[in-house]
Ligand binder design. Structure first.
Ligand SMILES: [Zn+2]
Length: 114
């Protein structure tokens, strides 16, 4: 489910929606729902690695709207995602040089090469 349930002031922007769809997920297990976030790391300089980290746990009876809310909360957590001050887009921290600068802007505006 990726459409917001009623009650949300705004839909996610396209950059946020892509992160929501690609880097958050709800795993339905026998005794509950595990909310996970995809964490991008760079074990070598040109080969990213994606690891899924459990970050929240919901009761088995949770609705799709509950799962959506939990995933959306994860998307706003600064230890996993940040907003680039230059382009204003939200990124996974693994795609940022610092909490406020994305890789793309670092290359384009600061001549930092990866
Ligand atoms: Zn940027």
């Amino acid at each position: 489910m990726s459409k917001p349930p009623p009650g949300y002031a705004r839909a996610l922007r396209p950059d946020e929606q892509a992160l929501f769809d690609g880097l958050t997920r709800a795993q339905v297990l026998v005794d509950g729902v595990q909310i996970e976030v995809g964490v991008i790391s760079w074990p070598t300089s040109h080969q990213p690695q994606l690891d899924w980290l459990p970050v929240a746990w919901l009761p088995a009876a949770s609705s799709a709207a509950d799962c959506y809310r939990a995933r959306r909360r994860v998307l706003m957590q600064r230890r996993f995602f940040g907003v680039c001050k230059t382009c204003g887009r939200r990124y996974a921290r693994g795609h940022m040089l610092s909490p406020e600068l994305c890789h793309r802007c670092a290359e384009q505006y600061h001549q930092i090469l990866f």
